[in-house]
Structures are given as structure tokens and as C-alpha cells.
Design a protein around this ligand. Structure first.
Ligand SMILES: [Zn+2]
Length: 177
């Protein structure tokens, strides 16, 4: 009985997290990876709860995979750095294992981080999927890393393979004296 109860609780938790991801317009593939639910169950969830009652946009196609998105404008760069700083503060960076088998609690925690970020930057162009991609890139501590700008000491995202730019978007827009 206890096992059944705990399975039921786990399944309910899975569905709760999946609903949060649907509200954030995550793609089916991302929801599958993050919750372990099958594509069929996600589509059913979407149909049963979100299609008529509470319409949300369903994004199709591949998830964003380009870091160039975060370099589109100084605002994109600064917001990506703010999100990166939140992810680091909340313990998401430097643990590559979080990327391959994220626990439900970690995914729920990531939703908290993204929602906090949206409350700080309500007009941001960084979607949930972009944020999820940024997490995967930064957690690898490889090509892109959070670093201190050498000119103003603010947190920025440095491309470790690129020599330029060598300081943050704010310093480039308004060079320090
Ligand atoms: Zn700077």
C-alpha cells in the first residue's frame, strides 16, 4: 500500500512539474527529458488541461541551441549574465550530472529560478527554452563561463574560445574612463 502511495505521489509530482513546464511553453522534448513522462502523456496533459481551459502557446520544432542568441544585443547579454548569476547562486553550475538525469526537485527548482528571473526582467526575450539551454551550456564549464568583467567586475558570460569581446556589454556600451 505504501509503495503504491509513494508511486502515486511521485506521478502526481511529475505531472505538477510537467504543468509548470507547459505554462512556460517548454517543448515536449524538454518536458520528456525533465520529467520522464512519455510524449503521449504530455500531449494528453496538454489536451486535457491547457487546450481549452487555459490556452498556452505550444512551441514546436527544435529547442534553441545557439549561444549567439545571447549576443544579439547588450540587453540580451546582460540578462543572460543575470540569469547565469542566479543559476550559480542556486547551485546549478559546476554539476554536469544535473544535465543528464535531473531530479524532479531540481527541475522544480529550475522553474523557481526562471520565474525569479522573469520577475526581475519581465520584458526579457529569454524564453524558458533559452534558459534551459543556457543552464546546459554554463553547467559544462567549457566553452562559455560566468566570469568577472576585467573593467567593471560585473558578472558576464565569457566565450572562452573567442578573444573578443574582452569585456562586458555594459562596458562596451559605455566604456569606463
Ligand atoms: Zn564591464
Amino acid at each position: 500500500m505504501r509503495i503504491t502511495d509513494s508511486r502515486y505521489d511521485r506521478d502526481r509530482q511529475r505531472l505538477t512539474v510537467a504543468c509548470r513546464l507547459i505554462v512556460h511553453e517548454a517543448r515536449t522534448q524538454t518536458i520528456r527529458q525533465a520529467t520522464g513522462l512519455s510524449g503521449d502523456r504530455i500531449r494528453k496533459l496538454y489536451r486535457d488541461y491547457f487546450f481549452t481551459e487555459r490556452p498556452v502557446r505550444r512551441r514546436r520544432g527544435k529547442s534553441p541551441r545557439q549561444m549567439s542568441f545571447f549576443r544579439r544585443s547588450p540587453a540580451h547579454e546582460l540578462e543572460a549574465a543575470a540569469l547565469g548569476a542566479l543559476l550559480r547562486q542556486c547551485g546549478f553550475l559546476g554539476r554536469p550530472q544535473v544535465l543528464y538525469r535531473p531530479g524532479l526537485e531540481e527541475v522544480a527548482h529550475f522553474c523557481d529560478v526562471y520565474e525569479t528571473f522573469r520577475s526581475l526582467c519581465p520584458a526579457t526575450a529569454i524564453t524558458f527554452e533559452h534558459a534551459w539551454h543556457l543552464l546546459h551550456v554554463l553547467a559544462r564549464l567549457d566553452e562559455f563561463v560566468l566570469a568577472r568583467c576585467p573593467d567593471c567586475q560585473a558578472t558576464w558570460i565569457r566565450d572562452t574560445l573567442d578573444l573578443l569581446p574582452d569585456n562586458c556589454a555594459a562596458c562596451r556600451a559605455d566604456p569606463p574612463d
